[in-house]
Write a protein that binds this ligand. Structure first.
Ligand code: BES
Ligand code: ZN
Length: 456
């Protein structure tokens, strides 16, 4: 059990913790933009220095793109060890004009801090650093060994972290890994996530004629790559909304009855969600509830499309090129490489003569299911109860965290504790992303309690 003084310490330092979080949030560490590489590095160094101040053995390791920060405090040679994973990179903030205050000028309004990365994942990850600080301040040492692994490439699919895990297998040995990069079921209903969807993300580039052409002089003679693209994209789904790629569903694990019942028992307000989303109807597979559809069923979405003329007025042109970004959320036991191959075969079969298609794999993630019946999961549940004053519910999430599957495959870790402090309406990846300061505080309390719950 966590000492009362430690919780008192956390309560007493709330203001300072928030000020420090704002500092972290001011760094525009957008990993996908090469023009922000310097800022991504600054965020890595910020975390590195923070861990150093906590007297962790700390190392910053270069990768082909953004650095990995690792720190450890392991006073017990054979004691239980917790690995903590987080990411210091963020998604692009655009569209900027939709932010009430700029994305990298954090602003506090009505108990929320607004900034890109506030919830995903800087604010959530930072709770662990403050928990460590509070425990060390009160007790001088942590009750267990703690290893902290923070990367700057999660939002681009963690292309280099897998190799880091493989080359640091011994160093990263642990009994459990804690990840706070998801959310509560709803604000005030904390959750442990036991499932994540995977991802296949691809880009299509179509080439028709060599150059843009006058549509009067050449219309009727050449294939229009933009139109071909639209036809191909329409063929990815059937009229009922299901995905038309042959064999796409072959490896989908059906939901079990107990799980469907459990999901149905979580109160889910469809009208409230529609209002939040600004839509009149939810769509999708009729045989599945919205909860099931957004967490445990696969999807296909066009994320972006381009080509031809979209400026002011009219231009009579047949475009030379067109393209699209398409992603698919995957569920157990679908594999990104199998799905990529099915997608490519199908796209090639749909490509009409007169256009050429190039397909690029952008990134992927394996879906994850965590066994719930584990001692460490029970410890995590008690920690959350200490932090939030309420026992967590168990949920699956629709998002992906690419490295999580490798914790199992490379490090042999079954105890994967996905404890989200955020909220589904935090606006991750959207304008006006925010994080409740109350949840930030509860997260710190839960993280500190977890160290004690895992100590045997
Ligand atoms: N924090 C999210 C993952 C997440 C989202 C978990 C929603 C639970 C609910 C993470 O930072 C993220 O956005 N991941 C990307 C991964 C992708 C870029 C490979 C995602 O899911 O799009
Ligand atoms: Zn994210």
């Amino acid at each position: 059990m966590i000492p009362k003084e430690t919780l008192g310490k956390i309560d007493g330092n709330r203001k300072r913790y928030v000020e420090e979080l704002l500092e972290f949030l001011r760094i525009p560490s957008v990993s996908t933009y090469s023009r922000h590489a310097v800022d991504v590095r600054r965020a890595a160094e910020w975390v590195f220095n923070h861990l150093k101040r906590l007297e962790f053995h700390t190392k910053l390791t270069e990768t082909e793109r953004h650095p990995v920060v690792y720190g450890e405090h392991c006073p017990y040679p054979d004691g239980p060890t917790l690995l903590i994973y987080g990411h210091y990179d963020v998604q692009p903030p655009e569209p900027l004009e939709e932010w009430t205050t700029p994305p990298f000028t954090p602003s506090i309004r009505e108990g929320y801090v607004y900034a890109r990365g506030a919830s995903d994942d800087k604010g959530q990850f930072f709770t662990y650093l403050k928990a460590i600080e509070a425990v060390l301040a009160v007790s001088g040492k942590l009750p267990i060994n703690v290893k902290v692994l923070v990367e700057g490439e999660e939002e681009i699919g963690s292309p280099n972290l897998g190799a880091f895990l493989k080359s640091h297998q011994d160093q990263l040995k642990a009994n459990a890994v804690a990840v706070s990069d998801s959310s509560q079921f709803a604000q005030g209903t904390p959750a442990i996530t036991y499932g994540l969807r995977g991802l296949s993300y691809l880009q299509l580039d179509l080439q028709g004629p060599r150059i843009d052409l006058h549509s009067g002089s050449f219309g009727g003679l050449v294939a229009n790559p933009l139109q071909a693209l639209c036809t191909m994209i329409s063929a990815l789904k059937k009229p009922d909304g299901s995905i038309a790629i042959p064999n796409f569903y072959a490896d989908v694990l059906p939901l079990e009855q107990w799980e469907r019942e459990e999901m149905a028992s979580l109160s889910f307000d469809e009208n409230q969600l529609k209002e939040y989303l600004g839509v009149e109807e939810l769509v999708g597979e009729g045989d599945y509830s919205p909860m099931e559809r957004k967490t445990a069923r696969p999807t296909l979405d066009v994320n972006g499309i381009w080509g031809g003329f979209s400026g002011e007025g009219a231009k009579t042109v047949i475009p030379a090129r067109a393209g699209a970004k398409v992603s698919m959320r995957l569920v157990p036991d679908q594999k990104p490489n199998v799905i990529n191959a099915l997608f490519k075969d199908y796209i090639r079969s749909l490509t009409p003569s007169g256009v050429r298609v190039q397909i690029t794999e952008l990134h992927g993630a394996e879906p994850v299911l965590v066994t719930r019946d584990q001692v460490s999961v029970k410890a995590a549940a008690r920690a959350i109860e200490t932090g939030f004053g309420k026992a967590p519910v168990f949920i699956r999430e629709g998002g992906s965290i690419p490295i999580v599957n490798l914790f199992k495959e490379v490090l042999g870790l079954d105890s994967i504790l996905l404890m989200g402090w955020g909220s589904p309406d935090d606006g991750a990846h959207s304008p006006n992303e925010r994080f409740s300061l109350e949840d930030f505080h509860r997260g710190i309390r839960s993280a500190a309690a977890l160290f004690y719950e895992l100590a045997v």
